[in-house]
Design a binder for this molecule. Structure first.
Ligand code: FE2
Length: 147
């Protein structure tokens, strides 16, 4: 395997780990959110966690097509995801923490798209670009809702 393809697998793994962590975080917020906007946030968090859950499968299977095994345990995924956020204490705090997490994964995705391109892996670059489009749209809507 070339250095470029190994870097590509490493960044796909990082995207998978961060997506997994954000999936768990968002599903937890869906369960635990409270307050005046409960109904709306409960629904928004569900739309988000369903999207993140579906994305995990696409990313992991793309890693398989590149000749590597996908990380298949919570420990392996969390090691790739980096340190975990403190639990959120309020709906506002949840939204702020989600915005931070979506911004972090967007930065990882921007770099991963470049890495996939360098490895000649246009299909992964396309998948990662689709993911970035979704995160940027969610960021816009979450930020617009806080004005
Ligand atoms: Fe539910």
């Amino acid at each position: 395997m070339t250095t470029a393809s190994q870097s590509n697998i490493d960044t796909l793994n990082a995207v998978l780990g961060q997506t997994f962590r954000l999936y768990v975080q968002t599903h937890g917020y869906h369960w635990n959110v409270e307050g005046a906007n409960f109904r709306q946030l409960h629904v928004v968090f569900e739309e988000q966690y369903r999207n993140l859950w579906s994305a995990l499968d696409v990313i992991a299977e793309r890693i398989r097509t590149q000749g590597a095994y996908a990380p298949g345990s919570v420990a392996a995924l969390m090691a790739l995801a980096g340190p975990e956020e403190e639990p959120a204490q309020s709906a506002d705090d949840m939204m702020a923490k989600l915005i931070t997490a979506h911004e972090a994964i967007s930065a990882t995705l921007r770099s991963a798209i470049g890495t996939a391109g360098k490895a000649g892996d246009e299909v992964s670059a396309g998948i990662l670009t689709d993911r970035l489009e979704w995160h940027e749209t969610e960021l816009w809507m979450m930020k617009a809702g806080r004005r």
